[in-house]
Design a protein around this ligand. Structure first.
Ligand SMILES: CC(C)(COP(=O)(O)OP(=O)(O)OC[C@H]1O[C@@H](n2cnc3c(N)ncnc32)[C@H](O)[C@@H]1OP(=O)(O)O)[C@@H](O)C(=O)NCCC(=O)NCCS
Length: 210
């Protein structure tokens, strides 16, 4: 569990199923996915998210607003299931930071706040001790890309890829990939690399202790 000024990032509960399904049925929230999700699909996703925590020791945390206990969505880490090779490595061997918040939670810096806490624990030698985290999205998902850039993640166009599950010509097929590394030295592969500002390390550590 992680705690920030305004948020609790925690494992999933049965009470989350209804608000989670409402978020996943919102066409604006789901604009950059092929479709919205039914209640059954949304419930199945919670089951998969919980299984991932058991398997990987990390996952996409439920984001709860501390002031009123409302479920706002998820922010966290996952192992991508896409069959794609980027930067010479299968994406499935990398760790992705991802997010999805209810529409009424946008524009308040909440996704950034949660994601900074996730990156701190991802790179913390006493936490998950990862050396690199990636994030990817449809090239047209400007809000998600802006968040990646606010967090200090950097994109190398050489890592752009076509989503293998979508047909050629699909509006969501072109994807961009951003990276953050613990050393904050970019990907180290040449002129495109530049030192990261590591904004997740420049703030007070508000990690919660279980
Ligand atoms: C991607 C997503 C999480 C971004 O949420 P967000 O609220 O825009 O991101 P942030 O938390 O960084 O908030 C930044 C905004 O809050 C504003 N803000 C207000 N108070 C703030 C504060 N205290 N601190 C920081 N920013 C603040 C910023 O000015 C910025 O506003 P802007 O969008 O008008 O420029 C959200 O749009 C979403 O859930 N989208 C749908 C799901 C999705 O596409 N996920 C990605 C799929 S790969």
């Amino acid at each position: 569990m992680l705690t920030t000024d305004r948020l609790l990032l925690r494992r999933w509960r049965d009470a989350d199923r209804e608000p989670f399904a409402a978020m996943n049925a919102d066409p604006v929230v789901m604009e950059f996915f092929p479709s919205t999700r039914t209640r059954a699909e949304s419930d199945a996703m919670i089951d998969r998210l919980e299984q991932a925590f058991e398997r990987d020791g990390f996952g996409l945390w439920a984001v709860e607003q501390r002031s009123d206990g409302e479920l706002l969505g998820f922010v966290g880490l996952s192992r991508p299931s896409l069959d794609v090779v980027v930067g010479g490595r299968p994406l499935s061997e990398q760790v992705e930071i991802g997010w999805r918040l209810r529409r009424d939670a946008w524009g308040r810096g909440l996704a950034s706040e949660a994601a900074r806490a996730v990156l701190r624990t991802a790179f913390d030698p006493d936490g998950l001790d990862l050396s690199e985290v990636v994030s990817f999205t449809a090239a047209t998902n400007a809000r998600s890309r802006a968040l990646m850039e606010r967090l200090g993640l950097t994109r190398d166009a050489a890592d752009d890829f076509e989503h293998p599950a979508l047909p050629p010509g699909h509006r969501l097929r072109p994807h961009v990939l951003y990276r953050a590394s613990r050393s904050g030295l970019g990907d180290g592969r040449g002129p495109g690399s530049r030192p990261s500002t590591r904004p997740w390390q420049d703030r007070p550590d508000t990690r919660g202790r279980p």
